[in-house]
Design a protein around this ligand. Structure first.
Ligand code: MG
Length: 302
């Protein structure tokens, strides 16, 4: 069969199929059932420093008053305040979202820092699982961390193997590990959500997930495409900050537009958290409620 015959046959086959099932049936048969965009709720989360208040209880009260549903502690804080956190969330509509790092060492270290990572990361993962956290955030290697394995295929293969083991451990603990891509000034190794998602896939463990951080996502050419590339299979968490200076969303004015990314999250039916990871130029008692309002408005628009 030459090329022309092949196309003729293929088109005839496609035509017969279309006649048999009708054009609409064909489209329906191929398309995944998309969640209804307008029904995807927004779940917001705060890190410890975001909320107004001194004690954890005061901060939780404040979060509840704003309808914040998730709390993202650092890994060190989680271990030191485990009972206090468990006690505080017991009778509230707030859950532990992700855990923000907090381990020692790093996974791509060429020296004893790798063992430090393995030990301390697993301790945090265990505690995270006990509190029902969505996962523990990690970066494979920051730019300044040395001695670091070279950025090669062999290193990527090693990373996937190590993540597989860690992911399986996290699953047994009832949680996950979440890869965070950063901008190139902080971590050249992993910069794009799609690359993080591909590492999740190649790690072959459902316990290995990834996230996007609107601040670091200046590396992306499209917020929408970045989130879509991970999809709900891999996307486990989102960080948010103002897009000029990493302050409270809204403090950088028109730059703080998240609609394109939010549209992807709504279309894919993302059911995890968007968590504040930012400072504030202004008085938090003013900027935090304004930021929450801004995000809810943009979520509606998306
Ligand atoms: Mg972040």
């Amino acid at each position: 069969m030459d090329r022309r015959d092949f196309f003729k046959t293929s088109l005839m086959g496609a035509g017969a199929l279309a006649v048999a099932s009708g054009p609409l049936g064909l489209v329906r048969g191929c398309a995944p059932s998309a969640p209804v965009k307008s029904q995807t709720p927004l779940h917001l989360s705060f890190q410890l420093g975001t909320a107004v208040g001194e004690s954890l209880a005061e901060k939780m009260d404040y979060m509840e008053s704003l309808g914040i549903e998730g709390f993202e502690p650092g890994g060190g804080y989680l271990l030191e305040h485990f009972d206090e956190i468990a006690n505080e969330i017991k009778n509230r509509d707030i859950k532990v979202s992700a855990i923000c790092a907090g381990f020692d060492g790093f996974i791509l270290a060429e020296d004893g820092q790798k063992q430090e990572f393995d030990t301390s990361m697993r301790e945090i993962v265990e505690a995270a699982g006990k509190l029902g956290s969505t996962g523990v955030i990690m970066v494979p290697a920051f730019n300044g961390q040395q001695p670091c394995m070279p950025h090669t295929q062999a290193t990527r293969d090693y990373l996937c193997e190590q993540l597989h083991e860690l992911g399986e451990f996290a699953l047994k603990c009832g949680t996950t590990v979440i890869l965070e891509p950063l901008n190139r000034a902080e971590a050249f190794y992993l910069r794009l959500v799609s690359d993080a998602a591909a590492i999740c896939r190649d790690s072959k463990s459902k316990g290995v997930k990834c996230m996007g951080d609107f601040w670091h996502m200046k590396e992306e050419t499209s917020d929408y495409a970045a989130f879509m590339s991970a999809g709900t299979e891999y996307l486990q968490h989102v960080h948010i900050a103002s897009r000029g200076n990493r302050k409270m969303p809204g403090e950088d004015g028109a730059l703080d537009n998240y609609v394109d990314g939010m549209r992807a999250l709504k279309e894919m039916g993302y059911d995890k958290y968007i968590s504040f990871e930012c400072g504030s130029i202004g008085d938090r008692s003013v900027t935090v409620p304004a930021a929450v309002e801004l995000l809810r408005t943009q979520w509606e628009q998306a």
